[in-house]
Design a protein around this ligand. Structure first.
Ligand SMILES: [Zn+2]
Ligand SMILES: [Zn+2]
Length: 380
C-alpha cells in the first residue's frame, strides 16, 4: 500500500502553480528587469550543476575526488534545489543504477514516463529502502551535516539567498520570484527529465539492454546528463558526453576545477572498453534485424563482421597500450632519450591512423549490411 509523501507532494505540485500565478502577476505589474533574469540564469546554473557535478557525479558515483571547499559548495548550493540531501539523493540514485528497469529501481521507467519523472517522489515507499547503499557518504561529516540540517539549509539557500541578494539590488521580491520560485521549478524538472526523458528519447549505442538513452535534446535540457546510455554503461566515468564535441557542461566544469587544482583523480573508462561496448551494441542491433529475416542472414552478418571487428579490437588495444606507455614515459621524461620519445610519437601516430581506418571500415560495413537484410516474405 503506497502512502502519500504529503510535504513533497504539496511542494512539488504547488511551486509550479505558484510560479505561474505570482510570476504572471509580477510581470504584469512590474515587467521583467535584466538583473532578475541574470540572477535567475546564474543561480540556476550554480544550483543545478551542484546537482549534476556534485550530488550525481561526485557523491553518487565517486567519478572524481574533491576537497572540502568544492564538496561544501556542492552541498550548500545543492540544497537550494530542494531535491533532498546529498545522502538521500545518492541512496536513491545508486538503487536506480543497481536495479535499472526492475522493481528495485525507485524511478523505474517501465512504470511509465510520469512515474519516472515525478510520480515516484509523491509516495513514500522508496524512502524506507534508503541508506543501505551509502556507507562511504555516511563517513563524510559534511554530507552527514547537510543531511541533518537539511530543511533550514534548503529554505535559506533556496529562498533566503535570492531575497537577500535582491535586497542589495533593491528588488527583493522580484529576485525571490525569479531566483527562488521559478528557478527551483525549472531546476526540478531539468533533473526529473534525466529519469524520464533520458530513459525514453534517443538511441542506445553502448548497452541495448538498458532503457537509458543518449540524446542531445536531453543533454541540452539537463546540463549534459543526456548521454544516459553511456552513463548507465560506464557510471564511474566523470563524463556523460564522452566525445569531445558532445554537449556536457558538467564535464567541462569538472575539468576546469581540475585545472584550478580543486578536484583530482578524474576517472575515465579506457577507450578500448568504450569502443568494444559500442561494437557489441551495433552487432546486437544488426543481429536482431537479421534474426527477423532468416538463420542464413544471421550467419552471413556474423561472418561479415568477424574479420573487421577483430581488426578494430586489435587496433584499439594497440593504441591503448601505446597511450599508456606514452604517459609513463612522459612522467619519467628525464630518464628517456630523445630518440625513444620520437619513436613513441611516430608509433602513436601510426596506431591512431590504424584505429581510425578500422573504425571507418566498421561503420561503412554497418551502413551497408542492412541492405542485405530483406525480411523473408511470409509463407502462405
Ligand atoms: Zn538513469
Ligand atoms: Zn548516475
Amino acid at each position: 500500500m503506497k502512502r502519500i509523501n504529503w510535504v513533497t507532494a504539496v511542494f512539488l505540485l504547488s511551486t509550479p502553480v505558484g510560479a505561474v500565478i505570482w510570476g504572471g502577476f509580477h510581470i504584469h505589474e512590474y515587467g521583467v528587469s535584466l538583473a532578475e533574469v541574470v540572477f535567475f540564469v546564474v543561480y540556476l546554473v550554480i544550483t543545478s550543476m551542484s546537482i549534476t557535478a556534485g550530488y550525481h557525479r561526485l557523491f553518487s558515483h565517486r567519478a572524481y575526488e574533491a576537497g572540502s571547499l568544492v564538496r561544501g559548495l556542492y552541498l550548500l548550493f545543492g540544497a537550494a534545489t530542494f531535491q533532498d540531501s546529498a545522502l538521500a539523493w545518492s541512496a536513491d540514485h545508486r538503487s536506480h543504477h543497481q536495479n535499472i528497469d526492475t522493481e528495485g529501481d525507485p524511478y523505474n521507467v517501465r512504470r511509465g514516463f510520469l512515474w519516472a519523472h515525478i510520480g515516484w517522489l509523491l509516495v513514500t515507499d522508496h524512502i524506507e529502502k534508503r541508506r543501505t547503499t551509502v556507507p562511504d557518504l555516511e563517513a563524510d561529516w559534511m554530507v552527514v551535516a547537510q543531511d541533518r540540517y537539511y530543511d533550514p539549509l534548503a529554505l535559506f539557500m533556496c529562498f533566503g539567498v535570492p531575497f537577500l541578494v535582491g535586497l542589495a539590488f533593491g528588488d527583493p521580491w522580484g529576485f525571490l520570484l525569479w531566483g527562488g520560485l521559478i528557478r527551483v521549478v525549472v531546476g526540478h524538472h531539468s533533473t526529473f527529465l534525466v529519469n524520464s526523458l533520458a530513459h525514453t528519447l534517443g538511441h542506445r549505442p553502448y548497452e541495448p539492454a538498458f532503457s537509458a538513452r543518449d540524446s542531445i535534446v536531453t543533454a541540452v535540457l539537463t546540463f549534459g546528463e543526456g548521454y544516459h546510455n553511456f552513463h548507465h554503461r560506464f557510471a564511474s566515468d566523470y563524463r556523460n558526453g564522452v566525445r569531445r564535441y558532445q554537449w556536457d557542461p558538467t564535464k567541462w566544469l569538472i575539468r576546469s576545477l581540475e585545472k584550478m587544482g580543486l578536484v583530482s583523480n578524474l576517472r575515465r573508462v579506457p577507450r578500448e572498453r568504450i569502443v568494444l561496448a559500442r561494437m557489441r551494441s551495433d552487432e546486437h542491433r544488426l543481429l536482431e534485424r537479421a534474426r527477423e529475416c532468416s538463420q542464413d542472414a544471421v550467419e552471413s552478418v556474423q561472418a561479415q563482421l568477424a574479420e573487421i571487428s577483430t581488426a578494430v579490437e586489435s587496433a584499439v588495444s594497440r593504441l591503448g597500450e601505446l597511450e599508456r606507455e606514452f604517459v609513463r614515459v612522459r612522467e619519467n621524461a628525464a630518464g628517456v632519450s630523445r630518440e625513444r620519445l620520437t619513436q613513441l610519437r611516430a608509433d602513436l601516430g601510426a596506431a591512431r591512423k590504424e584505429f581510425r581506418e578500422a573504425w571507418r571500415r566498421w561503420t561503412r560495413e554497418l551502413a551497408r549490411l542492412p541492405e542485405n537484410l530483406v525480411p523473408t516474405p511470409a509463407v502462405g
